[in-house]
Design a protein around this ligand. Sequence first.
Ligand SMILES: Nc1ncnc2c1ncn2[C@@H]1O[C@H](COP(=O)(O)OP(=O)(O)OP(=O)(O)O)[C@@H](O)[C@H]1O
Length: 361
Amino acid sequence: MSIEVQISHHFQGFDLDVAFHAPAGVTALFGPSGAGKTTIIQSVAGLLTPDEGQITMSGRKVLDRAAGINLSPQKRNIGYVFQEARLFPHLSVSRNLSYGPKARGQAVDHGYQEQIVTMLGLDHLQDRRPQALSGGEKQRVALARALLAKPEVLLLDEPLAALDAARKEEILPYLERLRDHAQVPILYVSHSVSEVARLANHVILLRDGKVAKAGPVEEVFSDTSAAAVLGLRESGAVLRARVTAHHEDGLTELSGAGTKLHLPHVMASVGDDVRLRIKASDVMLSLNRPDGISALNVMEARIEDIHAGQGPGVLVRLACGDAHVLARITQRSAKTMALAKGQTVFAIVKSVSVAQADVGT
Ligand SMILES: Nc1ncnc2c1ncn2[C@@H]1O[C@H](COP(=O)(O)OP(=O)(O)OP(=O)(O)O)[C@@H](O)[C@H]1O
């Protein structure tokens, strides 16, 4: 399943003009307030009719302005999860889940329901009413309810925005499972760089109603010019690594970025592949392989790009093995070190600077 979007729309003072493709998995729509994320989501859902364009879901045209096709929201078969779960307060979890199919006059597919309930860890919550659930649990029920309609596309509009950090952390592994097993394109709107880094397969960076950059998360997050949209403080690369050992001193050893990495305990088994986000501001550069330092991660790297902004900093894009890492250093250091494209340097990352929330599957 996949979705193709090519739409333009005019509001007074704002022009949206975007085209993108979203395959199964999570495609994040990311951009500052007013960039056009909601306008896109609403156009896909059929709640807003864009002035021009086409939207195709798994080969089925749900919108084609030139051909006069504009399917109603009901006919588009879309799952929509908002910031608030919007569950029926007087019904138990299991009745909230079976309500949709019953209201549509469909038989409840018990096998499928069980599969979804297990995937989202709802087995033990079936008899509870929504007021006895945490915010994260409510969102898991909302996700299950949306999936039970067997949607062709799932729209998640800031689904974690109303949750505190602990509840967010609790629900992220379920969203990772959903991403990897649901076989459905998920358009995910979020303002959180860490959430996008953790969940997205693809990222569409939006700015002023246009696509500023689009591609696989590793590519977009390691692009120095994308940092302005992501925010300099938050910018940093996403890379893949494989867990190779858990040590008794609490560190996990991984193989990635062309070397061995050590991080605080990673919740994954030996042999598992994980993704990590390393913030650009946590990376230090050295011209020589450092010796006698406390930082445990030293990656040999080739400079691919040096991007100066308006402030005193520069972003340096590095190739480390088959991964990319970004380093944010001062222009002064870049000048003193005479950094140049193609040069070999060593990127240094403290183990403890990579938070557990920045490591996912
Ligand atoms: N119904 C409307 N009438 C007029 N202008 C609108 C309407 N809806 C949105 N806009 C404008 O279109 C632009 C894009 O809005 P949109 O809500 O799509 O952005 P967004 O990226 O979702 O923002 P946010 O992150 O704040 O939700 C904004 O300038 C907004 O003011």
